[in-house]
Design a protein around this ligand. Sequence first.
Ligand code: KG4
Ligand code: ZN
Length: 354
Amino acid sequence: MKLLAVETSCDETALALVSCEGTLENPRFKVIKSVVASQVPLHRQFGGVVPGLAKREHLKNLPALFEKIGGDSLEKETDALVVTVGPGLEPALWTGIVFAKNLAKRWGKPLVGASHLQGHLYSFLLEWKDKKSVADIFPNVSLIVSGGHTILLSLQSLVKYKKLGETRDDAAGEAFDKAARLLRLPYPGGPEIEKAAKKGDPRAIAFPRPMIRDKNYDFSFSGLKTSLLYYIKQSFKADWKEFNKNYGGDGVEIKNLEDVAASFEQALIDPLVYKTAKAAGEFGAKSISVSGGVAANDLLRESLRKEAKKIRVDFFAPSPKWNTDNAAMIAVAGYVNLLKKRRLKIEAQPNLGL
Ligand code: KG4
Ligand code: ZN
């Protein structure tokens, strides 16, 4: 069957038409069309996502993207529509929901709700080329790392999973974004820090690895961010008052930016990799997967790949374009819900879980 999916939970407006076949044990997907309108340049000037602006942009982008993807010519081939109902920014979510509801009514097609987090979790299936059945990757340990979430899961199947741990404060992507702001780099911070880090020495500054030795599978990143702030302050050799005054203004330059970025990136990634590999061992996983915007980070992907090889388990990560927000992954989550007969209420659920 073919599903038309709509995603507007944060600052990307996205639509996709995806062919979905097979069972929950071995589903197969083919992306026919996928379009994304990014609002990043707009929100960049505010240093983060502004919900009211996001809503306005989604309202503007949705009809344009709909035409771009094929408009009403898709009616015949579309079997059902899928829309992200949460988690995300409430005003942003509603724009996609109202759009999808109206279209489903006009076309007389069913509408299915999907969780944005499940979209990330299943996104590696968009490129599944393995001959073996999807069922063979289980038990699996999966890390979801995005701007709003950092969750470690143990999966027995696509639909049977348990949360092992999550962040106690900032999400990994949020930590990258906040650190970038401290370093005077633009939003979103993850790709900017990664770019600077590639030219730096990750051992230059000994930032802490919060909770890395704790027995649980939780994470914490706000202390790391504070360490970065202290480091910057110390390097200015100024008192707080002086620091705040100068640092707020222009012309403040961090001389060893590349080393700071590399050391920060390494400190953030180490606990993610260490705990994911540890969980894979403890739960007898046959595979590890990673998803979400932060999974576009090369160091994270390669470190997880190396760890997986060391402990002889498979490793799956979607290519970077499916890591950041898109609607193709929402179609996958919608298809799983259809097969599982899971019906989510078609209304904005800002705090929806998996
Ligand atoms: O999944 P996503 O597109 O949106 C949410 O669902 O939150 O994730 C966005 C987050 C941002 O915090 C961004 O800084 C981070 O993903 N990100 C990265 C990279 N690309 C995006 N973080 C580290 N390295 C990257 N290359
Ligand atoms: Zn996301």
